[in-house]
Design a protein around this ligand. Structure first.
Ligand code: PHE
Length: 335
């Protein structure tokens, strides 16, 4: 029994060890043979029982020998067939980030460095957050500026036409100082073409505190543009009108993709409008109980598609939503 235990525990990691096992237990001078030799000393009446035990032991040892031999063969086999670890791995193809996500992330990261937090709001809005709170009372002609998709009339639910609705949601819950940007998708009832789409993306900005001035607005946006497009880019502000800002301005940047063949982005004016902006209208502040004598603020809303167009020379807005992999895979590796 003791030897059996010893045999059962025996291990072999190479052919020499298997051979040593064979010699020790099964060889001509091995244990099995020498115990066999003891047979002649066993009394006759016990020979049968002893013989059985011996035979059992011999089979046990032979069996173990086969197992050890097999395990060595197997491991040699698998070493022979094993993979070549020096070969380069087969490439795993990963998807690409959508260009609009890439650009949105860049915009967000620039404003985060200036201390802006990120807020988001719903794409399905009520009339108050999209229009009323933003100083566009009912029948205000400026409502026609943005052709709206209505989901229901009474009460009015609609697809938000701008991310300014998120300004309203932020001011509802936060007291100044407020410094947020709000990226999101917006909808307008427009005929789809290379230059217009029924949905697109904006990043809204809102900064309210004591003593916020138009100079802060200009400098913030100027910083943004230089971070986004480089130091060479030129900027111009044009007076404009939005019901929720006073004064208001649109900002253009010098067209970066214009060449002699013609440019369908700036139409050869050399300038591209990228955002609307202005000082938050006192009425908007008062709508949310913010004292407009104490606080001032600026706001802006920029088009992500337009910025992406300039950054990556995309010349047709429809490309963004057609999911054509030939277009999308050009952004491989961009993050
Ligand atoms: N909401 C305006 C638009 O969609 C952009 C804007 C935002 C203008 C904030 C001024 C201030 O055109």
């Amino acid at each position: 029994e003791l030897y059996k235990q010893e045999i059962a525990a025996a291990e072999a990691t190479n052919a020499d060890m298997v051979e040593a096992f064979r010699i020790k237990y099964l060889g001509t001078k091995g244990l099995v043979k020498s115990v066999m030799g003891e047979m002649k000393n066993v009394p006759n009446d016990q020979k049968k029982a002893f013989g059985q035990i011996l035979n059992d032991f011999k089979l046990f040892a032979e069996n173990k020998f086969e197992i050890l031999k097999q395990s060595i063969d197997d491991s040699q086999q698998s070493t022979a067939n094993s993979i070549d670890l020096s070969l380069p791995g087969s490439p795993v193809s990963v998807g690409t980030r959508h260009p609009l996500s890439i650009v949105r992330n860049q915009i967000v990261s620039i404003f985060k460095r200036l201390g802006f937090a990120v807020s988001e709001g719903p794409e399905i809005e009520d009339d108050w957050h999209n229009f009323g709170a933003m100083n566009l009372p009912e029948d205000h002609p400026a409502r026609d500026m943005q052709d709206t998709f209505y989901i229901s009339q009474n009460p009015a639910w609609l697809l938000r036409t701008h991310t300014s609705s998120v300004q309203a949601r932020v001011m509802e819950h936060q007291k100044p100082p407020i410094r947020v940007i709000c990226p999101g998708r917006v909808y307008r009832n427009e005929t789809i073409s290379a230059r217009a789409h029924c949905f697109f993306h904006q990043v809204e900005g809102l900064y309210i505190d004591e003593n916020v001035s138009f100079a802060d607005l200009k400098q913030t946006l100027y910083f943004f543009v230089q971070e986004m497009f480089g130091k060479e880019v030129k900027v111009r502000f044009r007076p404009s009108y939005f019901p929720f800002t006073e004064p208001s301005a649109e900002m253009d940047i010098s067209c970066l993709i214009c060449d002699s063949k013609g440019c369908n982005v700036c139409k050869h004016t050399g300038w591209v409008e990228i955002l609307g902006s202005g000082m938050v209208h006192p009425k908007v502040l008062e709508n949310f109980g913010i004292d407009s004598n104490k606080y001032t603020g600026f706001a802006f809303g920029m088009g992500v598609e337009r910025i992406c167009q300039l950054k990556y020379q995309v010349n047709d807005l429809r490309l963004y939503s057609q999911n054509d992999v030939r277009f999308l895979k050009q952004f491989t590796g961009a993050i």
